[in-house]
Write a protein that binds this ligand. Structure first.
Ligand SMILES: O=P(O)(O)O[C@H]1O[C@H](CO)[C@@H](O)[C@H]1O
Ligand code: HPA
Length: 315
């Protein structure tokens, strides 16, 4: 059977309507239903023989976080049936797994972005897979452009909230039929970035002598960067930095009952004055993220050690 016939058949069964009449997120969620995602998780489980408790998503240029894993093993996304592929420079497309400071961790070296052509539901499919693998907490990282003049290139920023026009305007991964086995239809999101985990992260930052900032992450859909007016709009509405990921991932993690902590590396300063020079360049962003990744790695590693000291964090 042709793939499009199959998709139409699945959608028709769920909605009794042709797929053409539905949003991409609704179609994705119909296709990647609970059974399909369970079979992806089972495929991975059978190969890794390992129950991860912590998931890490590596942002652009931040794949080396995975090298913190002592006995690291890998699965390529390309080998996993019906799993998307990474297409962006700085995103390898690999699940790395093993023990990190004695805690079982699975690390996504590469995420999926809506601008690659994936629906937000597809971009966040891995969070549902992580949930079924046994993950309780996710550490999301990203490279972001600094909007707030108090942020400098190289700063580490703990995310306390997000502001996302795409999420507010129907690019929401939870659109479509809901399966309560993952989470509820309507999801409260005012405390996605757990306050206690943020306090723990700040404690870690202090003990490591790192200058850890805190702020709001703004999401645009990309792949074009933001105009000056876009940036001013985000800044005026509370965002301190801007990127093209994270918010939809954190939303799905929260929906699935996973605890979320998220970190941005400020890789560039976004222009907030008209006619200023435009410094946004992805190769440069990846280069800066790699250069500055050491502090993020130290922080993540120490944070995981702290998580290991109290089993309640990973309940
Ligand atoms: O958010 P991550 O994946 O770190 O990457 C950031 O870098 C890319 C833009 O240069 C965008 O994908 C943006 O979201
Ligand atoms: O300046 C930026 N804008 C959007 N996304 C980004 N990701 C890294 N830097 C940026």
């Amino acid at each position: 059977m042709e793939n499009s016939d199959l998709i139409n058949q699945i959608v028709k069964k769920e909605f009794n309507l042709p797929a053409e009449l539905l949003s991409q997120d609704a179609i994705t969620n119909a296709y990647y239903n609970y059974d399909k995602i369970s079979s992806i998780a089972k495929w991975i489980e059978e190969r890794i023989h390992f129950k991860p408790r912590i998931g890490i998503i590596c942002g652009s240029g931040l794949s080396d976080i995975a090298y913190l894993i002592a006995d690291k093993q890998e699965i390529q996304y390309a080998d996993i049936p019906e799993f998307p592929r990474s297409t962006v420079h700085g995103h390898k497309g690999v699940f790395a797994y093993g023990n990190l400071n004695n805690l079982p961790v699975i690390c996504m070296q590469g995420r999926f972005h809506p601008y690659e052509g994936y629906s937000t539901a597809l971009c966040t499919l891995p969070l549902k897979v992580l949930k079924l693998l046994g993950v309780k907490l996710v550490i999301i990282t990203n490279a972001a452009g600094g909007l707030n003049p108090s942020l400098s290139v190289g700063d580490l920023m703990l995310i306390k909230d997000h502001f996302s026009l795409p999420l507010l305007s129907m690019q929401n991964p939870l659109v479509g039929h809901n399966d309560e086995r993952f989470g509820p239809r309507f999801v409260p999101v005012s405390n996605i970035y757990d306050k206690k985990l943020r306090a723990l992260m700040h404690k870690c930052g202090k003990e490591l002598n790192l200058d850890l900032k805190e702020g709001v992450y703004g999401t645009i859909s990309g792949p074009s960067y933001e105009t000056v007016t876009d940036s001013l709009f985000y800044l005026k509405n509370g965002a301190d930095c801007v990127g093209m990921s994270t918010s939809h991932e954190a939303t799905v993690a929260c929906y699935c009952g996973l605890k979320v902590v998220a970190l941005s590396i400020i890789t560039d300063k976004v222009a907030i004055e008209y006619d200023a020079e435009d410094g946004s360049d992805h190769n440069e962003i990846v280069k800066i993220a790699k250069l500055k990744a050491k502090d993020a790695e130290k922080l993540v590693s120490y944070f995981i050690t702290q998580l290991g000291m109290d089993s309640r964090w990973l309940e």
